[in-house]
Design a protein around this ligand. Sequence first.
Ligand code: NAD
Ligand code: MN
Length: 348
Amino acid sequence: RSSLKIGMLPADGIGREVLPAARAAILALGSSVPKPEFIDLMAGFEYFTRSGTALPDETVDALKNECDCALFGAVSSPSKKVIGYSSPIVALRKKLDLYANIRPVKSVSVDPAVNPVVDLVVIRENTECLYVKQETQVVTENGKEARATRLITERASRRIGDMAFRTALTRPRKHVTIIHKSNVLSITDGLFRETVRSVPGLPEVNGRYGDITIAEQLVDSAVYRLFREPEIYDVMVAPNLYGDIISDAAAALVGSLGLVPSVNAGDSFVMGEPVHGSAPDIAGQNIANPLAAMRSAALMLRHLGYGEGADRIENAVDVVIREGKVLTPDLGGKSKTSEVVDEVVKRI
Ligand code: NAD
Ligand code: MN
């Protein structure tokens, strides 16, 4: 590659404040990566209110045809149904078949009394479960009745299981915990559990997963144990909704949602995205933590094979956290978003 074409989708709220931070981190790498070319693309709720669509076809076409990868900020999806609106990030994950959401959560604090030692990665299935958004409502003689379809397929469970085991192979502990609730949902979660469990035994991959250990945990007690003894977890693989919830919970253990990055990954495309949302409570004040977005840029680069560039961003972020002098208010600091960005860029 002579250049790296990166689709940029800041979308709403603090997404617009943290995506420039990811851009600054990549630019600071100089020749560690091919010359970056940023392509600004439209998406989001604010764009919907202006145009009537939250994800224009031009954006999807540009991602498919012009971009090598992408970075997404965050979207402000309303909690009440808005006619014609549908979350662009949920749609993008499906349209680009980004079937895995990879969310590493790692504590950096040198004081385990403040933050427990956490070093885990949530591998969240990204295309189905309740996020197929097939909901219906009827009025009965007893009032309204609403239903949602929860889709679990063997194909999606197998490929997310495969992603989890391949991820485990790259980590020192090589331990996979399958998260489910198949004591109650024996058909849906049962299929997820059985399929993921069977991945290492598949004939075509026999032997590849030899030294991995497998455990499983019901989702509710998994959250409990995550708070009491987070060190037991290495790779956690989960259906879409459980993975969403568990990764926000794990973010609390390391100090802030503003620290946790992710990539949405498929077989041919990758999109970095901080785990947090658009944070309307702090938007527009230049106090959003930019580190999750910067780490998401690093994860995206690592996924594309630019490990050295990724290391440089991640190490710089870790140093700034460890020093503890230039931090945003979510981490107890007094610094502005832009000051934290400058500090990290200096270290890169
Ligand atoms: P949120 O992640 O936006 O915020 C939760 C809390 O964490 C807030 O108090 C917020 O101030 C804080 N926080 C989050 N990111 C931070 C950062 N970088 N720095 C400092 N503090 C940070 O979740 P929410 O409040 O439940 O949702 C707000 C909106 O975001 C909703 O409209 C929701 O639909 C949307 N959302 C979008 C995504 C996405 O785009 N992938 C994900 C989650 C939520
Ligand atoms: Mn979430």
